[in-house]
Structures are given as structure tokens and as C-alpha cells.
Design a protein around this ligand. Structure first.
Ligand SMILES: [Zn+2]
Ligand SMILES: [Zn+2]
Length: 116
């Protein structure tokens, strides 16, 4: 089975084809298609569309899921705001110390006051 076949299987599956119809369409044996789907079928976490080796069927669904689960966005780590002590998630950065621009602004004003 070629990669193109695999892609086609997923595509047809997503369009609601059964394995028998997919096998006929791609001139593969039913068993090949069946076992492939068994091993590789995944569903998009957002809309349930069949995908392989991925969690989302599309960028749109990926963004939807990330918006719903911001704390699980890959690469982000937990920080504690030095101003309000709220925990928040952000991409790693040495300069990251505050949860928001508002807290950052407050800290600047405070530091300026301390300087005088
Ligand atoms: Zn989806
Ligand atoms: Zn804060």
C-alpha cells in the first residue's frame, strides 16, 4: 500500500465510505483496508472526523481546541505573576514575569516610585 493509498483511505473514510467501498474504489483488498483502518483510525478531537496520526482534522479544529484548552497548548509553561501572584501559561521567556500588560504596567510604576 502506498502513502497515496493511505491518504485516499482516510479521505474516503472521512466522506463516510465503508471499508468495502474504499477497497473497491482503490482496488485494494478489503482486509488491507480493514486492518489499516483498525490500526490507524483516529478521530479529530474537535469534530470527530477520521484522521491518521493527528489529533485534529484541520488547522481550524486545532485552533478551536487550543482556544478551549489554552493551558495544554504545547510549548507553554506555567508562570506565577510577580504582581498579582496569579498563575498563568505562556511561552518560555526570561522577561516573562507578569500575567498581563496591566500587571507589568503596575510593576513599572512601582519600580519608578522605588527609584525616587
Ligand atoms: Zn475536526
Ligand atoms: Zn498579574
Amino acid at each position: 500500500m502506498t502513502d497515496a493509498d493511505k491518504t485516499q483511505i482516510i479521505k474516503l473514510k472521512a466522506n463516510g465510505y465503508g471499508y468495502r467501498k474504499i477497497a473497491a474504489e482503490l482496488e485494494l483488498s478489503e482486509n488491507t483496508v480493514k486492518s489499516f483502518l483498525k490500526r490507524n483510525s483516529d478521530a479529530c478531537l474537535v469534530c470527530g472526523t477520521a484522521v491518521i496520526g493527528r489529533k485534529y482534522c484541520s488547522d481550524k479544529c486545532r485552533m478551536t481546541w487550543w482556544r478551549k484548552h489554552p493551558h495544554r497548548t504545547s510549548g507553554m509553561i506555567e508562570y506565577k505573576c510577580e504582581m498579582c501572584e496569579k498563575t498563568f501559561f505562556a511561552y518560555p521567556s526570561k522577561a516573562r514575569r507578569y500575567c498581563s500588560k496591566a500587571c507589568y504596567g503596575k510593576s513599572c510604576r512601582k519600580e519608578n516610585r522605588n527609584d525616587k
